[in-house]
Design a binder for this molecule. Structure first.
Ligand SMILES: C[S@@+](CC[C@H](N)C(=O)[O-])C[C@H]1O[C@@H](n2cnc3c(N)ncnc32)[C@H](O)[C@@H]1O
Length: 229
């Protein structure tokens, strides 16, 4: 999958995605991360990409023209997929959305900065607005990285068999069951006997029972189907 990111801080995105399973997938070419800086498309002496808002008000606004040229270039260079604006005003990211988008050949994420982006660019070219949640952060980069990580985990070849996403929380209407591992300080004390039994059928039953218990305790809305996701 090709992931284009339009950002004034490309290093922030490439650094954040350089770790763990996602970093490995990028290195191995399972996902292709391509960064575009609107400043490279500014076409003026000072590479200006922002200006004061018409009508006054605090802060600066990202200008239409550099973003327009960036988007044209992305489309000319190959697969662009839908253009997604990371925005507090958008639909919230859900596991279902990430699963669905992991099937796409490409996706382009637009990271806002300052007070936001000239509405004419958003109206003209953005296909979807996607939010991390009902709060405002200083730029779209962290939101884009969260979305990329959650989408990329679902792409075949990104997680090894030992890191399967199938049993993760939200892949069904259940949260994941608790996990235990070796401790020199605690020994096997507190570990449910069934997990040490070697009985795979009993272990699988225990895990689904625990997933149900944990979900009832922490997120009963998921079982009732009222989470709104
Ligand atoms: C300081 S915010 C601008 C917020 C804008 N003035 C508003 O109130 O809707 C700058 C950029 O950060 C990103 N951003 C902020 N909060 C976000 C959120 N909850 N989810 C996704 N992106 C967000 C957006 O790209 C936004 O354009």
């Amino acid at each position: 999958m090709r992931l284009n990111v339009i950002t004034l801080f490309p290093q922030m995105v490439s650094d954040a995605l350089s770790y763990g399973v996602i970093g490995r997938a990028i290195k191995q070419g399972v996902i292709e991360l391509v960064l575009f800086n609107p400043r490279d498309y500014a076409q003026n002496k000072h590479n200006t990409i922002d200006d004061k808002p018409f009508g006054g008000g605090a802060g600066m606004v990202m200008m239409h023209d550099p973003l327009f040229r960036t988007w044209q270039d992305i489309k000319n260079k190959g697969e662009s997929g839908p253009l997604v604006f990371m925005s507090p005003q958008g639909q919230k990211v859900t596991q279902k959305l990430c699963n669905d988008w992991s099937e796409l050949p490409a996706l382009t994420l637009l990271c806002g900065r300052y007070e936001g982006i000239d509405q004419r660019f958003l109206d003209g070219y953005v296909d979807e607005e996607i939010s991390l949640g009902d709060y405002v952060i200083s730029g779209g980069e962290l939101a884009a990285c969260v979305l990329i990580d959650a989408v990329a985990r679902q792409i075949k070849g990104v997680l090894g068999a030992e890191e399967s996403a199938k049993t993760d929380s939200f892949m069904t209407s259940m949260l994941a069951p608790p996990q235990y591992t070796r401790s020199e300080l605690l020994g096997q004390s507190g570990v449910p006997d069934v997990l040490l039994s070697g009985n795979h059928k009993a272990i699988a039953e225990w895990k689904s029972q625990q997933a149900l218990t944990v979900t009832k305790q922490k997120r009963p809305d998921l079982i009732a189907g009222t989470s709104g996701d």
